[in-house]
Design a protein around this ligand. Structure first.
Ligand code: G3P
Ligand code: CA
Length: 244
């Protein structure tokens, strides 16, 4: 099945990585959710992308320098539009309670090291199935995940194109999915990954034109900020490949 991952939720329309963004992603037809994890000063896992809160809240500074209680007092929605003012930052545990039991595929990205154990424990506590990928750009984080858990699915986000070297490196830690940027992906490199038993998920799908081109590459999914557009496209072209 092709997975339409709501990237940070329906982040084109809602403040990213918040509960309202994830819920809206599902309303728009996503069958997957992508999110970013970081740790607060007091060791809580929160869903947030940037190192600092300056652009996506009414606060300032590094997220890791605030406790969850302090972050909870801040507004993580008003930057996106006055109608979203008062939106809170989301604890990963609250997300897990609401979503991990649903019939969806998850891409849970670890943005910082040393949160692997807590992430796996919360997933174990709330999951109802195994369509959960732990992903990161940081290979060492993924290697640490694998040391802690033999069977969780691992997907590696890469900046460079798929090559034999990164395929082998991922296979060495029992990874299942490799994730290049859409602009770096080709039919040949996707086929190479698949010939080694890896799935391919694309990121960096910046607009609908990129999305349509990427859909033709025979991958198992992509993250999009606009899941409604991908939902429409999948209805028009439910099989792989763009109609010529
Ligand atoms: O889908 C993966 C993608 O989220 C990676 O990039 O910067 O949005 O976390 P970024
Ligand atoms: Ca991400």
């Amino acid at each position: 099945m092709f997975i339409n991952y709501a990237h940070r939720g329906a982040s084109q329309y809602r403040p990213e990585n918040t509960l309202i963004s994830f819920r809206y992603g599902l309303e728009l037809g996503a069958n997957g959710i992508e999110l970013d994890l970081q740790e607060t000063k007091d060791g809580k896992l929160v869903i947030f992308h940037d190192d600092t809160i300056d652009c996506k809240s009414n606060g300032k500074g590094r997220i890791a320098d605030y406790t969850y209680a302090e972050l909870k007092q801040m507004d993580f929605g008003g930057w996106k539009g006055a109608e979203f003012a008062g939106t809170s930052i989301c604890l990963f545990e609250d997300f897990a309670k609401e979503f991990l039991g649903l019939d969806l595929t998850f891409a849970i990205e670890l943005k910082v090291p040393n949160i692997e154990k807590q992430t796996l424990e919360l997933i174990e506590k709330y999951k109802k199935h195994d369509r959960i990928y732990i992903s990161s750009f940081d290979y060492d984080i993924l290697a640490a995940v694998r040391k802690l858990c033999k069977n969780v699915k691992i997907s590696w986000l890469i900046q460079e194109p798929i090559k034999r070297e990164n395929i082998e490196k991922l296979l060495a830690i029992g990874g299942t999915q490799i994730c290049p940027a859409a602009k770096n992906a080709t039919k040949e490199s996707v086929a190479l990954a698949k010939s080694h038993g890896l799935g391919v998920r694309l990121w960096g799908v910046t607009d609908e034109a990129v999305m349509r081109k990427a859909y033709d590459l025979d991958t198992e999914g992509m993250t999009v900020n606009f899941p409604d557009k991908l939902t429409e496209w999948l209805k028009l072209y439910p099989r792989k490949g763009i109609k010529k």
